[in-house]
Ligand binder design. Structure first.
Ligand code: FES
Length: 134
């Protein structure tokens, strides 16, 4: 049912676990099955652009949800925020050599949680900037 790539990422998930003091956190729930995923990011802005220097995930979900979470972290690591925001759920499924049609809804968690973590980072930065200006 699953590609070898999916099984590899399910059995050996990359970047799994919580992160201490993340710069951004994204949480997404899957309305179809109730599964949940968190993405934590650390952003490096020292080189004039903002890049994801570290990323971790925690997923309470099925094989496809864990594999897509793992693949999403691999795709996003080292990318600028703009590049990471362009990673779509279908990019993730494609990088895993496809998912069974019945499992496509599971892939919705991963990129959405990544985008939510980036939005969280951006809104925290805006809040910090406002405080500094006061
Ligand atoms: Fe819930 Fe796959 S069944 S994410």
């Amino acid at each position: 049912m699953y590609s070898e790539k999916v099984m590899d990422h399910f059995k050996n998930p990359r970047n799994m676990g919580e992160m201490k003091d993340p710069d951004g956190v994204g949480k997404v729930g899957n309305p179809i099955c109730g599964d949940v995923m968190w993405v934590f990011i650390k952003v490096d802005d020292s080189g004039g652009e903002e890049r994801i220097k570290d990323i971790r995930f925690q997923t309470f979900g099925c094989v496809a949800a864990i594999a897509t979470s793992s693949m999403t972290t691999e795709l996003a690591k080292g990318k600028t925020l703009e590049e990471a925001l362009e990673i779509s759920n279908s990019d993730v499924a494609g990088a895993l050599k496809g998912l069974p049609p019945i499992k496509m809804h599971c892939s919705n968690l991963a990129a959405d949680a990544l985008h939510a973590a980036i939005q969280d980072y951006i809104s925290k930065k805006v809040r910090k900037g406002k405080k500094r200006r006061k």
